[in-house]
Design a protein around this ligand. Structure first.
Ligand SMILES: Cc1ncc(COP(=O)(O)O)c(C=O)c1O
Length: 399
């Protein structure tokens, strides 16, 4: 098992952080890289020509190369955004002109709202059909349902690489291959994937993938859109303004090349530099070690939760999921349980997890659940503390 607690300044004695699915804790080296920028060369990028400005621009573009290296992409295919939500909205903006009346936009029911609402809105605005494909009752993607709904008029298929509720890793490569046969554009949501498993963007078969930088140990305010150059080249940015144009006249303007055309205004320079340090952190540990550690711990978590009387665990067994488990304790509202655990120093998330359609589809009580999500620094002791906390909650609430 990995032993990385000391790398994370927030992990003081007794802290049990089981909410890395919402945002990862930041390793010391990420905090230091961001601080170094603010203390030593805190200038804007792509503007000034003085030494601080040059150094800031170089560090910012170096971070882009690091991210590109992490996901096996070219730097010019990497657009920095403020989170995965912005990345996926940007993908929808780029594709908007390709969608019209009579077209179909096909989205899985297990999407986070970030990969659901941009497509629902796009379909509505363009007069296209918005169609949802299902999961099976045990939380796997329903490939048969997808096959039935993938019609020749399907223009976009949106799918997560890992569900933020069920942990399910759907067969996204197979889905992308089938979508390609219909000439549909495939947009994947890698927000819950990249901190846990290696991504080789081209091998996924996708055209766009949105990621959260902050879930991969980067600072808050960082996200990534990767896209295929043929689509990025022509796309409509979400924002227009400074830094993304070649020229502006009195009646018209010409856009910069990608990725600059999508990064209007001052970006989060310190955040992006920190994200570069986060990439170094991930690669120094290595995906193999991350995977081994988290696979063992996820199985431990899943088994431990399943063995507590009254706990209902959602989604497939550990071998088919990433590093999180959502559950409910019979007779207790998920917010009450999460609050109680918080009082014991155990941090878990509760609610609809921005996946209301999925909770409704599966008929999960209260349309909400408690979620424990793991990272490289978690230990079996963290899981034991969670289970002890749930057992105490049962006694305290008499359920
Ligand atoms: C699967 C999934 N997609 C997208 C998002 C949105 O990410 P962000 O908060 O970076 O916009 C999340 C966040 O929890 C997520 O879990």
């Amino acid at each position: 098992m990995l032993d990385l607690r000391k790398e994370f300044p927030a992990l003081r004695e007794g802290v049990v952080y089981l909410d890395s699915g919402a945002t990862a804790l930041k390793p010391r080296k990420v905090v230091e890289a961001t601080l170094e920028y603010y203390e030593n060369f805190p200038a804007n990028v792509h503007r000034g020509g003085y030494p601080w400005a040059n150094r800031a621009t170089e560090a910012y573009e170096e971070a882009r190369k690091k991210v590109a290296n992490l996901i096996h992409a070219r730097p010019e295919e990497v657009v920095f955004t403020k989170n995965a939500t912005e990345a996926l909205n940007l993908a929808a903006s780029i594709l908007a002109n390709r969608i019209g009346e009579g077209d179909r936009v096909l989205v899985s029911v297990m999407e986070h709202h970030a990969n659901f609402l941009p497509w629902m809105r796009l379909a509505r605005n363009r007069g296209a059909e918005f169609v949802i494909f299902n999961v099976t009752p045990d939380g796997y993607l329903d490939l048969e349902d997808f096959r039935r709904k993938l019609t020749p008029n399907t223009k976009v298929v949106a799918l997560t690489m890992a569900s933020n509720v069920l942990g399910t890793v759907p067969p996204f490569k197979e889905v992308a291959k089938m979508a390609k046969e219909m000439r549909a554009v495939v947009v994947l949501d890698g927000a819950q994937y990249l901190a846990h498993r290696e991504v080789k963007v081209r091998e996924t078969g996708a055209h766009f993938i949105g990621f959260s930088g902050h879930k991969v140990f980067g600072p808050m305010g960082t996200g990534i859109l990767w896209g295929r150059m043929e689509l990025l080249k022509e796309g409509e940015p979400l924002l227009v303004g400074g830094s993304m144009i070649k020229d502006v006249g009195f009646e018209d303007y010409t856009l910069e090349e990608t990725p600059k055309r999508y990064e209007a205004g001052t970006p989060d320079v310190g955040g992006v530099i920190g994200l570069g340090a986060a990439v170094d952190f991930v690669l120094e540990i290595g995906y193999e070690a991350i995977h081994t550690h988290e696979t063992e711990l996820t199985a431990y978590l899943y088994d431990a939760l399943s063995s507590v009387g009254g706990v209902e665990v959602y989604g497939p067994p550990p071998k088919d999921r990433t590093s999180l488990v959502a559950f409910n304790l019979k007779g207790l509202h998920p917010h009450d349980l999460a609050w109680y655990l918080g009082e014991l120093g155990i941090m878990v998330r509760s609610g609809g997890h921005c996946a209301h359609p999925l909770h409704k589809f599966l008929g999960i009580p209260y349309n909400q659940s408690v979620r424990a999500s793991l990272s490289v620094f978690n230990t079996k002791e963290d899981v034991d503390r969670l289970v002890e906390g749930i057992v105490k909650a049962k006694r305290a609430f008499g359920v």
